[in-house]
Ligand binder design. Structure first.
Ligand code: HEC
Length: 394
């Protein structure tokens, strides 16, 4: 068993963990947002109860009450929600290190964007991860942090700057994941550094019989609202590696910004619905943003049709020299134990079978990754012309 094979397994198992913990975290978060927005005024007398909800689930009835400040006495057992978030970050960061740092020359560096040694890319990536949180946290704690609307505008501007910078330093796919990892780090740090410590201080004050300082509740609420705006864009970014048309386009940084915007609109819509309103312009706005992306990102059709479809023998020669080092039953490229995604391009049958995937990957220039095998624009045009002609076998 070689290292590359074991790494594939590590990748799969950590990804599985990341999904499970991410679902647990986001599920809890969605649940509590919904609960908060759907509380009714309490029916019977406890003045400390700010709202309540009855619900039915899994064959039982639940009666939840929200205490804005605190109950008279702390219950013996209090459930905290934090390990879902921490494990999502631990597993996500591990994955990021395994793939984007461990194979930085494939996934992070793209010489066509900016040529640099892998270790420099890793350093820049790490600095951006840490710097993103520090800058965000400072702004939230400053005077600016008191004005939510202003903070929203600053947030959008910061996303534009970070997306632009990442897309001009790293290859598209790495840039997207870099921004996703930065955002995810901010979300988890919000839990670990602000929300949970604040809750600890509130509980400690109550145990001493003092009234907890309401500022901790306010800070915690602010960060948890921010997290709800960041959730949907981050989820989009995490599935984007499968869709090179998002991160390979020339305007990839704008795509990133637009996706962030539409995710925020969708989030706003769900919260409004939960509060009994139905502002349809919000999802319509999100759909318009996505429609614009689809239009703006459409590949230049000319590339495929300009060239004459070459004879199949020529297609096979190009694929053999530009793709087969990785896409073979036994790849010869360092670091590949098996053909990536099971895609083998050695025989004529295999090449024809993968024609659609080949078109997608070659047109968006996602393959070869970082153009490691130096495919030329003419060769790309020939491959695309061949697919456009119906991938003829001769
Ligand atoms: C340096 C190694 C390497 C070279 C060279 C290479 N690929 Fe890939 N290919 C990969 C990797 C890695 C993946 C998996 C990407 C991922 O993780 O999503 C992949 C995935 C693919 C996929 C599947 C995409 C999907 O997610 O369904 C296709 C199709 C593909 N490559 C076609 C090509 C073609 C065509 C060429 C030649 C023009 C090529 N590749 C050259 C490494 C390579």
């Amino acid at each position: 068993m070689d290292a590359a094979y074991l790494l594939d397994w590590a990748n799969l198992l950590v990804r599985w963990l990341h999904l499970i913990t991410g679902i647990a975290w986001i599920g809890t978060s969605f649940y509590f947002i919904g609960l908060d927005n759907q509380l009714d005024p309490p029916k019977d007398g406890n003045p400390r109860v700010a709202g309540e909800q009855w619900s039915v689930h899994g064959g039982g009835f639940y009666h939840k009450q929200k205490y804005l400040l605190a109950p008279e006495r702390l219950p013996e057992k209090l459930h905290w929600f934090k390990w879902e978030a921490y494990w999502t970050w631990i597993s996500g960061f591990t994955l990021f290190v395994l793939i984007y740092w461990g194979q930085a020359s494939t996934y992070l560096v793209d010489p066509a964007v900016l040529d640099m040694p892998a270790w420099v890319a890793v350093l820049v990536s790490a600095a951006m991860l840490a710097g993103g949180w520090v800058a965000y946290d400072l702004v939230c704690r400053s005077k600016l942090g008191e004005n939510e609307a202003l903070l929203g505008v600053i947030g959008a501007a910061a996303l534009a700057v970070v997306a632009f910078a990442a897309c001009h330093v790293f290859g598209g796919r790495g840039a997207f994941l870099q921004v996703g990892a930065m955002t995810g780090t901010i979300m988890v740090a919000n839990v670990a550094m602000v929300i949970i410590p604040g809750q600890r201080k509130m509980v400690a004050a109550m145990q001493k019989g003092e009234a907890p300082d309401p500022k901790y509740g306010r800070w915690g609420k602010q960060r948890s609202v921010h997290n709800t705006y960041l959730t949907l864009p981050v989820l989009f970014i995490m599935i984007s590696p499968h869709y090179p048309m998002t991160w390979q386009s020339r305007w990839n940084w704008a795509v990133l910004l637009a996706i962030g915007l539409s995710g925020a609109l969708v989030r706003q819509y769900f919260v409004s619905r939960q509060k009994g309103k139905n502002p349809v312009w919000l999802p319509a706005g999100a759909a318009a943003v996505v429609a614009f992306l689809v239009w703006a990102g459409a590949p230049d059709r000319a590339t495929g049709s300009a060239a004459e479809a070459p004879p199949f023998a020529e297609v096979q020669t190009i694929v053999a020299s530009r793709c087969v080092a990785c896409h073979a039953a036994r790849p010869t490229m360092d670091g590949f134990a098996a053909p990536p995604k099971g895609v083998m391009l050695e025989t004529p049958q295999q090449i024809r079978r993968w024609a659609a995937g080949l078109r997608q990957q070659v047109q968006t220039e996602a393959m070869p990754p970082g153009n490691l095998t130096d495919i030329t624009p003419e060769e790309r045009a020939k491959l695309l012309a061949w697919v456009a002609a119906g991938a003829p076998p001769d």
